[in-house]
Design a protein around this ligand. Structure first.
Ligand SMILES: NC(=O)c1ccc[n+]([C@@H]2O[C@H](COP(=O)([O-])OP(=O)(O)OC[C@H]3O[C@@H](n4cnc5c(N)ncnc54)[C@H](O)[C@@H]3O)[C@@H](O)[C@H]2O)c1
Length: 286
């Protein structure tokens, strides 16, 4: 008898924490770019009693996403999606961030929606970064939410020459993730399934460590030191919220984004992290 499938994208630390919390009794299919690098994540799951497998998928390539969703279904019906693959501003170019974080997520949510089991549930990971960018116009937000995936990267304000740097590309991608979650939650609802988004603050993972060591390293270290929590977060704290919104108790929660950032965004707008209060600490100026 085939099991229900939990499809996890990326073999990273946030995806792993959520898989450990919610993947019991499921076939966990990890779809990631570098299968070899995923070995330690796979070992961790298998050694802890989970039933998991790794398949190859590049979130920057449409056919690769379509094939991975097909392949995952060979193990059973997709009941859960954890979209935790992604690249950060210090790891990738503007184009790669648009391809993987923005368009890749939009395509994945669309492809999984076509096959998600009734009662299924998904969570996609955006970022606090999407909360710190300047307001977009209602038309731009609507375009991010609803433009067909074939045309998404044709939007004027998503042309690389109109995007200042990789941080701005990342912020746009993460804003798009939130808007896309709202739009797709309506479509997922027609199949009796739910979809939500988590926007983490600084969570210690290899991706965050690359940021600490990148050109904005001092900015990020200052950010967690001066946010109300006074520290970066852990992947298990993200999994705590994922557990609630993916559980049966969350039947009334869909199309939402949950900001979990130790209060950094609050401090950025109204507290000690406001840009300009500390010379040299404005985002992107290090
Ligand atoms: N860690 C943080 O502080 C933080 C904060 C906000 C948002 N996020 C977001 O959380 C998500 C997960 O990141 P993480 O912190 O667990 O990092 P991580 O580095 O542990 O995991 C990222 C995973 O994505 C995979 N990946 C990268 N490009 C891919 C591609 N093209 N196709 C398939 N897989 C690919 C990587 O191989 C890796 O396994 C990302 O979307 C990231 O933007 C992280």
């Amino acid at each position: 008898m085939s099991k229900d499938v939990m499809l996890v994208t990326g073999a990273g630390q946030i995806g792993l924490a959520i898989a450990r919390r919610m993947g019991y009794g499921k076939k966990i299919v990890i779809a990631t770019r570098n299968v070899q690098k995923a070995q330690s994540t796979l070992d961790t799951l298998i050694n802890a009693g989970f039933d998991a497998v790794v398949i190859q998928m590049d979130m920057g390539i449409r056919e690769s996403i379509v094939n991975a969703v097909k392949k995952a279904q060979e193990y059973g019906s997709i009941k859960m999606l954890v979209n935790a693959a992604g690249v950060s501003p210090s790891q990738a170019s503007v184009q790669q961030i648009l391809d993987v974080d923005l368009l890749g997520t939009a395509i994945l949510l669309e492809e999984v929606r076509k096959v998600i089991a009734e009662g299924g549930v998904g969570v996609t990971i955006s970022s606090q970064s999407g909360f710190r960018m300047k307001q977009l116009t209602p038309e731009e937000d609507r375009a991010l939410a609803m433009t067909p995936t074939e045309d998404l990267l044709k939007l004027d304000f998503l042309q690389p020459e109109n995007i200042e740097n990789t941080l701005k590309a990342y912020q746009l991608a993460k804003r798009c993730n939130e808007k896309r979650t709202m739009y797709e939650a309506i479509e997922w609802g027609k199949r009796g399934a739910r979809l939500n988004c988590i926007a983490p603050g600084i969570i210690v993972t290899p991706l965050a460590v690359d940021e600490f060591n990148g050109i904005r390293g001092d900015f990020y270290k200052n950010m967690f030191a001066k946010c109300p929590a006074g520290r970066p977060g852990t992947t298990d704290e993200i999994a705590d919220v994922a557990e609630l919104i993916m559980s049966e108790r969350a039947q009334f929660i869909t199309g939402s984004t949950f900001l979990i950032d130790g209060g950094a965004t609050a401090s950025y707008y109204y507290g000690p992290l406001q840009p300009g209060l500390e010379t040299g600490m404005e985002e992107g100026k290090q």
